[in-house]
Write a protein that binds this ligand. Structure first.
Ligand code: ARG
Length: 463
């Protein structure tokens, strides 16, 4: 291990216990923040220079050193190896000092690792959110593409996992499209709260140097600055926001995965999953398993775990910074990479799925999914809906007993239950009519779904 400079040597007479040193370290995971922290360092350096705290000569040397570190990290595969640094911040400081000597030691003027880490994390996280946003849109366009290519397909809609009413397949696709639209909105709102600069809050009380914080914020691409230094160094709401947004998205993806897994079973047979995203069994040669979707469903659990971990870590902390907060990063990193990868895999699944229209049609047209239509028909003949419901219930019972669908009963048979039923009833019981009667906005009629599809296309065109 390389030697690393201690950040607090002066006050200490005893050497730290080796086991504790390892326990205290976060470098193994927070090295992910390297580029973000360098960006924050560069902003702080310019802030110090503009405040007249750093000479332009020193600032130039520091900037050069930081830039060099960035290119070394990109070029050398062993750059991060063998470092004994406690965290990424001390790592950068040690490396900078190795490069430019004592001038490097001026960079920490007016700054603490407390505002430094909060700044680096926010810089890293806004980039992470942008990556998630892109993948949400990709999945939305894959869904829209699938819906567009299967406009005439129908499937049974379920409640209680019992066949309820038929819906257009595109309507099913658009349901997930809507969830993802809200996810996008949630991540965007999260990004706005992330993108506030805490730098120059220093350890907890603020900085005693005349740094123009607003100028530094603009320089670093932040939308604003924090208003209270105590809060700024100890706030991790923005981490919780991100992991919450990731949790809701994972919950949506998990439901999506569950639908797909179910619809790919032999029992349903609505979809066939591509070999590209399936696995086989080591013993049962006939098997094709939807591992991709099972993992998406399974991984939602770990992201919810990250959320609970963060909330629990934060709940008892007194103001301001406490080392407990070092635990924030793994939860954020894990939630981010899990939601990013789950969105990507779900997109690949959608791009490669085949829709078995005939099987879906068969399921959508058997099992009395048009019974509500018949009740509505009677209600329109001025029979109170509750009474109509009961009559149709009796007709369904009769049809089940006979082993036929409602439209396969004769007019005379139906009239024994309600004399109001006339010949025009058969037109009401068709699949087309059952679908197209749901013509209000948000319903599953052809017209409403086509409108929803064009609206969705317009929405995506703006990206
Ligand atoms: N690695 C630390 C963290 O992630 C950096 C901040 C350390 N600050 C301190 N006062 N010990 O929280």
């Amino acid at each position: 291990m390389n030697k690393t400079e201690s950040l607090w040597g002066g006050r200490f007479t005893e050497k730290a216990d080796e086991t504790f040193v390892e326990f205290n370290r976060s470098f193994n995971f927070d090295k992910q923040l390297f580029a973000a922290d360098i960006e924050g360092c560069l902003g702080h350096c310019r802030g110090l220079e503009n405040a007249g705290v750093l000479s332009s000569e020193d600032a130039k040397a520091i900037r050069k050193g930081l830039d060099l570190l960035l290119s070394q990290a990109a070029q050398r595969s062993d750059f991060f190896e063998d470092s004994a640094a406690e965290d990424v911040h001390s790592f950068i400081e040690t490396k900078l000092n190795e490069l430019i000597g004592d001038t490097g030691r001026k960079l920490h003027t007016g700054r603490s690792r407390n505002d430094q880490v909060a700044t680096a994390l926010r810089i890293w996280m806004r980039g992470a959110v942008d990556e998630v946003l892109r993948r949400i849109v990709n999945l939305q366009s894959a869904l829209l593409h699938l819906a567009d290519g299967n406009k005439v397909a129908v499937l049974p809609g379920y409640t209680h996992l019992q066949r309820a009413q038929p819906v257009l397949f595109a309507h099913w696709c658009l349901a997930y499209f809507e969830m993802l639209r809200r996810d996008y909105e949630r991540f965007t709102q999260t990004r706005a709260r992330i993108n506030i600069l805490p730098l120059a809050s220093a350890a907890l009380a603020g900085t005693s140097y005349p740094i123009d914080r607003e100028a530094v914020a603009i320089d670093l691409g932040f939308d604003g600055i924090t208003r209270n230094s105590l809060d700024a160094v100890s706030d991790r709401d923005f981490c919780i926001d991100l992991v919450y947004a990731a949790s809701v998205t994972m919950m949506h993806l998990s439901r999506f995965a569950e639908d797909i897994i179910l619809y790919c079973t032999t029992e349903f047979g609505f979809f066939t999953l591509s070999d590209k995203v399936s696995t086989g069994s080591s013993i049962m040669p006939q098997k094709k398993n939807p591992d991709s979707m099972e993992l998406v469903r399974g991984k939602s659990g770990r992201v919810f775990g990250d959320l609970i971990a963060l909330l629990t870590t934060m709940k008892g902390l007194p103001l301001a910074y406490n080392k407990d907060m070092q635990e924030d990063k793994e939860a954020v990193f894990d939630a981010f990479s899990t939601v990013r990868d789950s969105l990507e895999v779900s997109t690949i699944v959608i791009q490669n799925i085949s829709v078995n229209k005939d099987q879906m049609l068969k399921a959508a047209t058997s099992g009395y999914l048009n019974a509500t239509e018949l009740a509505d028909y009677l209600a329109k003949k001025d029979i109170p809906f509750r009474r109509a419901h009961e009559i149709v219930g009796q007709i369904v019972l009769y049809a089940i007993d006979k082993g036929v669908e409602l439209e396969e009963l004769s007019l005379e048979e139906m009239q024994t239950f309600a004399s109001e039923i006339e010949k025009d009833v058969f037109a009401k019981l068709t699949l087309e009519q059952t679908l197209n009667s749901k013509s209000a906005i948000g319903g599953t009629s052809n017209l409403a779904v086509n409108k929803a599809l064009s609206e969705a296309k317009k929405y995506l065109a703006d990206f």
